[in-house]
Design a binder for this molecule. Structure first.
Ligand code: F6P
Length: 346
């Protein structure tokens, strides 16, 4: 029997997942491997829930968003005997290796399994672009294009009413989507978790920008914090299996800031939470190509038996880094990068 390789997509979906599935499975199937797609991330691995992938099934999936395998935020290490079950399922099914496509959570599980002796390869996915060891994750480009388009639309209506618009943007504790989306979409002010700010200073900046432009658009990251606003934020207290708060739920920084700016500036202010629109729909050309290249490189890792690696983009080249290095810390926006955006504030 030829070798059998498992493949799963875990965590929040990101446009480009299907391109990675196709990119990895195509060459493997052509070389005589059998590729099993596990459903709903690690859940499928724990429950032996999978399907055999064929060239027909994956032929043109790279053009579409979501993931044909489904995804979940299942943490193997939070399940009773989770690791033992995964290892047993590896033997029972059997599979020789696993390609795990996910963000820091999914890859964190993959890295631990690797140290426990499981043959794994990781592929970095997240719209947040906060995975270390790679210049970009796939999904990010599509997300910033969504933000850019939305800001383009918001300019006209906000200007028509001479308003202030506060747009809350995803990214958890990283400000990448807000920064790049905000630059591309011409936000007058960009506020991110990495750079502390004061609401009174923001109000003064908004007034200035409004005076100059006749309206003002503020892009704020969902994970941005301001001590004076903190008490007004009311989110769901529920956490996922990796301990993450639901930053986009309830009353977040966007709505609180809009209220405070309305009161502090006397300017009519509205809030918009972009939420899951940023992850929906079909991937950009960049993400289709990056996902494809990541997938093909992951397949090469399998063929060369390079375990415990994560595929990565450095400049314009695809390479690999040890999974452990990639997970040492999250990748955050630097002051230098923020400085470029600041030049255009107001
Ligand atoms: O990590 C990707 C992300 O979209 C974050 O930007 C956001 O905070 C979170 O996932 C939303 O999680 P969920 O899809 O579970 O609501």
């Amino acid at each position: 029997m030829g070798k059998r390789i498992g493949l799963l997509t875990g965590g929040g979906d990101a446009p480009g997942l299907n391109a990675v599935i196709r990119g990895a499975a195509y060459p493997l199937i052509r070389k005589g491997y059998e590729v099993l797609g596990f459903h709903l991330g690690w859940k499928g691995m724990l429950e032996k829930d999978f399907e055999v992938l064929t060239i027909e099934k994956i032929a043109d999936i790279h053009r579409f968003g979501g993931t044909i395998l489904g995804s979940s935020r299942t943490n193997v290490y939070k399940k009773e005997n989770g690791v033992e079950i995964v290892k047993k399922n590896f033997k029972d099914i059997p599979i020789d290796a696993l390609i795990a496509i996910g963000g820091d959570d999914t890859l964190g599980v993959a890295a631990k399994l690797f140290t426990d002796g499981v043959n794994v390869v990781g592929v970095p996915k997240t719209i947040d672009n906060d995975v270390n060891g790679t210049d970009y994750t796939f999904g990010f480009d599509t997300a910033i294009n969504r933000v850019m388009e939305t800001l383009d639309w918001l300019h006209t209506t906000t200007k028509a009413h001479r308003r202030v618009m506060v747009v809350e943007i995803m990214g958890r504790t990283a400000g990448w989507i807000t920064l790049h989306g905000g630059i591309a979409g011409g936000a007058h002010l960009i506020l991110i978790p990495e750079v502390p700010f004061d609401i009174d200073e923001v109000a003064a900046q908004v007034k200035e920008a409004h005076k100059k432009n006749g309206y003002c658009i503020v892009a704020v990251a969902e994970g941005a914090e301001e001590p004076k606003l903190k008490a007004h934020i009311m989110r769901s207290q529920e956490k996922d299996e990796f301990g993450h708060a639901q930053l986009w739920s309830g009353i977040g920084i966007g709505e609180v800031m809009a209220r405070e700016l309305n009161d502090r500036t006397g300017l009519e202010t509205r809030a918009l939470v972009l939420g899951h629109l940023q992850r929906g729909g079909n991937p950009s050309a960049f993400d289709r190509v990056l996902g494809t290249r990541f997938g093909v490189r992951a397949a090469e890792c399998v063929m060369n038996e390079e375990w415990g690696k994560m595929v990565s983009l450095k400049g314009s080249d695809i390479g690999t880094v040890p999974l452990q290095d990639a997970l040492a810390a999250l990748k955050h926006v630097t002051n230098e990068r923020y400085g470029t955006a600041k030049i255009f504030f107001g």
